[in-house]
Design a protein around this ligand. Structure first.
Ligand code: C2E
Ligand code: CA
Ligand code: CA
Length: 929
């Protein structure tokens, strides 16, 4: 209903129905019209016909963006070409009255009746005159030939006028009527006859000539007969010419009418399509024309009803946006043309948009007479634009903001004019185990799960910030403003907790987790690239730290990432140059103290950095997609070396979970065995529990395939990862390797590791599996694992990893193994005075090691270091260790190494057998933290 934007007094009428209001408004507008119409020089207003007439002028300019559909031309109702044309005027019957009147007047003036013959002549003319109407009807009913039409005209016009003229003239001739009076009567009569003939020249001539020739005849002026005949002929010629002109004129006007109607129909048809409409106003901005679809859309029965309304009443300018409003009202008041202005239609309850175009109109004297223009429906276009923008800005699955929208939001915050407004925190969130759910339960379950995760995430974050989905199982949260680390940590914990609660999806109970990386502006970066990269690094660290955690960005993450990138490149080079090496660590049968096999361990001696730990470069190889090549190389090399060793020793090769997921693994293994010519059961594959993270059919199939190849399987690092005893039942392992973290410290008083080892060995025995205790270093540990029933031992207590050549040499001495090493686990301290460099978050300090063991050191030179401070300590040019402070007294502190230091064959700590690092030029800082 058309309610809005009318003249204020009526809009304020509460409770008034829309139609009623409209009617009042019409009245109001018309009243206004009346008042204003008293103003001088009101410009002429063109009606709809005029508008139709000038359609050709409007269309190309006004509807430049709309191409009207081909109009349907309707058959014309009346063809002006077939309209009857008579030589007798439709007013001719008045002539009968005139005849009577003239006779009466003459009688009265003369004071006596006309003689009977005069009366008869005159009265005889009356029925002839009146027959004219009948003849005219006959002519109009059906087209008649020219001769008949002339005949009709002579019968009802020429003949009666002749009789009348003759009657009056003979009256005068007989002396009964004065000649001047007779002539006067005839002049007036013929003049009025000409009027009654209504411009029909043939009839007019015929009436004149017949009347005056009758006068001449009655007067006896026979000499006049010849000119009269000539006049008749002339009159006939004039009639024919006149008929021709009339025909051409009719044809011309019929053609004009046809064009006018066609324009009108094109206009109506175009308007009916609803694509576009036209409008016209007077100089006051009141509508003089508007297309009927617009009137209907606004709740009016016809477009006529809208005449007199203000043009701006068509629009809801208040909601059209500032710019649209300003420009439309501006153009109207400035009387300037406007093009395609988007405006909202004043339709309540429906959102409809139009694009209006208009131009001012001027009359021939240059006076402004109003506006004329067109409109187009923009609604669909706007809707699809909105849809496109929604798609461009929002994630279609979860309805959260998408990557694009999120980075825009972040940019907006970071570009805020005020420094305080630029503070924010970015949380990058990655779901743990989502891939497995998606792969095993199908994508629809995955999609539903993501939707539920999005809901929980939004619920946890609430008003604190904005949540978005970056794609896959990655989410991002932007928290504007300053937020303390404690608060951020609390929120992160809450999010992880919310997401880690179980889900019910299509009848399945699903449990997943989440890891979060946090970066804070401005501390961790001022640009969105920096913040995202740093949050990403923090996320990476959170996942690395065991998932289900949050991690704040710290500068060392970046240097680590850069280091890893460099390492990746170096590793590629090393692989292509063949720099990788395999070493073999003996595995000893506990009871028999005999070597039963070797574990192949990869080594990489970096040209600059020296030996790199496999823990590190294997992870890099996995990330860089190099593990396949590297693993295959290890398999083939190990098999190749094994072929040279006695039949009763085996080789165990570590297989990464990524290799295990490769369906070609059985083929690679088969090929390596065949190439080396060894028995399949001499090869043992060590896999970790992580392969069970994807506990799907593929894992089972891989086990079956490898078992079919005939190789042995060992479960490595048991107890450190995703431990579920369930898979021990179905996976056909031959051996369980107890991780060295259980062996380490097992001999210390109060340790429960011994009990764990005991239960693992009894479980393995029950399942018919062997057990290998890894990382046995001391005689005490050896005694313990032996006591707890481990069938095999692998550790420095027997042997360190050996090169292939040294294995061959070692085997020459037989398979017997002797345990050699310290009795106790307590690392013996070595006193010394050694300059070292300590690095705390990029800040370098010089220090002096006073004593060192494989697990820790006492360092002098740094003052008041808080407990727990972490350092990277360069002990020698090739050895850097990570250590944390356990205690500090004045300038002395005790640090514990993150990983125990390695000893060489002589029991010396390798790191300090090499030359100390150069001191750095930073000594002035005496306190840390
Ligand atoms: P892992 O499979 O658990 O290998 C045993 C690790 O324990 C080896 O470390 C070995 O040198 C070390 N070790 C053995 N006895 C002792 C001991 O008495 N005390 C101490 N402290 N350590 C001992 P390494 O060679 O540094 O390898 C580390 C990890 O790198 C391996 O752990 C394995 O997960 C991975 N790795 C090594 N080579 C390969 C390989 O060829 N392929 C794959 N996928 N991973 C490998
Ligand atoms: Ca292993
Ligand atoms: Ca292991």
């Amino acid at each position: 209903m058309f309610i809005n934007a009318f003249s204020k007094p009526f809009c304020e009428h509460e409770g008034m129905g829309g139609v009623e209001q409209s009617q009042r408004r019409v009245a109001h507008a018309r009243d206004g019209d009346k008042i204003l119409s008293q103003a001088p020089s009101l410009s002429p207003v063109k009606g709809p016909e005029k508008l139709a007439d000038s359609l050709e002028a409007v269309t190309p300019e006004m509807t430049s963006t709309a191409v009207p559909q081909a109009p349907k031309i309707r058959p014309q109702v009346v063809d002006p070409m077939t309209e009857k044309y008579s030589f007798i005027s439709s007013y001719w019957h008045y002539m009968a009255g005139l005849v009577c009147l003239s006779l009466t007047m003459a009688t009265l003036l003369e004071g006596r009746f006309p003689p009977p013959d005069v009366l008869w002549f005159s009265l005889a003319s009356l029925p002839l005159i009146l027959s004219g109407s009948i003849l005219r009807c006959i002519e109009e009913k059906r087209p008649r030939g020219l001769a008949l039409r002339i005949g009709f005209m002579l019968f009802s016009v020429a003949l009666p006028m002749f009789l009348y003229g003759y009657g009056i003239a003979s009256w005068a001739q007989s002396g009964g009527l004065d000649w001047p009076l007779a002539i006067g009567t005839l002049v007036v009569s013929t003049a009025l006859a000409a009027v009654f003939m209504g411009g029909k020249a043939p009839g007019l001539f015929a009436a004149q000539i017949s009347c005056w020739s009758a006068v001449a005849l009655a007067h006896g002026a026979t000499t006049l007969v010849a000119p009269m005949i000539a006049a008749v002929l002339f009159a006939a010629l004039v009639s024919i010419r006149q008929a021709e002109i009339a025909r051409v004129r009719r044809k011309f006007s019929a053609e004009r009418e046809r064009i006018r109607r066609r324009a009108e129909e094109i206009l109506t048809d175009y308007e009916d399509t609803g694509q576009g409409w036209f409008w016209e106003t007077d100089r006051r901005g009141l509508l003089t024309y508007v297309s009927h679809p617009v009137a209907r859309a606004l709740g009016f029965n016809s477009n006529e009803a809208m005449i007199g309304f203000s043009f701006t009443d068509l629009f809801d300018l208040g909601r059209s946006g500032q710019e649209g409003e300003r420009t439309l009202t501006f153009h109207l008041s400035a009387r300037s043309s406007f093009q395609e202005l988007p405006v909202r239609a004043a339709i309540r309850g429906a959102e409809r948009w139009w694009s209006v175009t208009g131009r001012p109109l001027y009359d021939d004297f240059g006076n402004f007479i109003g506006f004329r223009g067109s409109g187009l429906d923009l609604t669909e276009q706007r809707r699809s634009q909105e849809k496109a923008s929604r798609l461009a800005h929002y994630d279609s699955l979860t309805g959260l903001a998408n990557r694009f929208q999120m980075s825009q939001s972040l940019e907006k915050i970071l570009n805020a004019p005020n420094e305080m407004q630029r503070c924010c925190a970015v949380l990058l969130l990655d779901l743990d185990r989502f891939k497995q759910v998606n792969d095993t339960m199908g994508h629809p379950v995955g999609d539903t799960l993501l939707t539920q995760v999005a809901e929980r995430l939004e619920c946890s974050v609430g008003d604190l910030g904005r949540v978005g989905r970056l794609g896959g199982d990655e989410f991002k949260v932007i928290l504007p403003g300053v937020m303390s680390r404690d608060k951020l940590a609390e929120l992160s914990r809450e999010i992880i907790n919310a997401i880690s609660q179980s889900y019910s999806v299509e009848g399945h109970r699903v449990v997943i987790g989440a890891s979060i990386g946090i970066s804070i502006a401005p501390d961790d970066g001022m640009t969105s690239e920096e913040l995202i990269r740093n949050a990403d690094l923090a996320l990476y660290a959170a996942k690395d730290g065991g998932r289900g955690r949050y991690h704040f960005y710290a500068d060392d993450l970046l240097s680590e990432a850069e280091e890893n990138r460099q390492l990746e490149q170096d590793l590629r080079d090393a692989i292509s140059r063949g720099d990788m090496e395999l070493v073999y660590q003996p595995v000893v049968d506990t009871a028999a103290e005999k070597i039963t096999g070797f574990e192949a361990l990869m080594r990489w001696n970096h040209p600059e950095k020296g030996p790199i730990s496999p823990d590190k470069f294997i992870a890099v190889a996995e990330d860089a997609g190099l593990i396949g090549t590297l693993g295959e190389w290890a398999l083939r090399t190990a098999c190749h070396d094994l072929a040279k060793w006695p039949e009763n020793v085996r080789v165990a090769v570590n297989v990464s979970a990524l290799q295990f997921a490769n369906p070609h693994l059985p083929a690679i293994v088969t090929s390596a065995i065949a190439e080396a010519g060894i028995a399949a059961e001499r090869l043992e594959l060590e896999i970790t529990e992580s392969v069970f993270l994807t506990d799907d059919d593929g894992t089972d199939a891989m086990f079956t395939a490898l078992k079919n190849v005939g190789v042995r399987m060992a479960l490595d690092d048991f107890g450190t990862g995703y431990s579920s005893l369930g898979y021990l039942k179905k996976a056909p392992f031959d051996k369980i390797k107890i991780d060295q973290s259980f062996v380490r410290g097992a001999t210390e008083p109060g340790s429960r590791n011994g009990a764990i080892i005991a239960s693992i060995t009894s479980l393995a025995q029950a399942l018919g599996m062997e057990t290998t205790a890894e990382g046995v270093e001391t005689l005490d540990e050896l005694d313990l694992v032996r006591l707890q029933g481990c069938s095999h031992v692998q550790g420095y207590i027997y042997e360190r990893p050996l090169s292939s050549a040294r294995v061959a040499e070692r085997l020459k001495a037989g398979l017997g193994a002797v345990a050699r090493g310290p009795r106790s686990a307590r690392a013996p301290r070595q006193t010394m005075l050694r300059k070292v460099v300590l690095d705390h978050n990029g800040q370098l300090y010089n220090g002096t090691v006073r004593n060192i063991s494989v697990t820790g050191a006492m360092i002098e030179g740094l003052w008041n270091v808080p407990e727990g401070t972490s350092f990277r300590i360069t002990l020698s040019t090739d050895h850097t260790v990570v250590a944390s402070t356990r205690w500090c007294e004045q300038d002395r502190m005790g640090v514990e190494f993150e990983r125990p230091l390695a000893r060489d064959a002589n029991g010396r700590i390798v790191a300090i057998t090499q030359s100390p690092p150069d001191s750095v030029a930073v000594q002035e800082l005496r306190t840390v933290g």
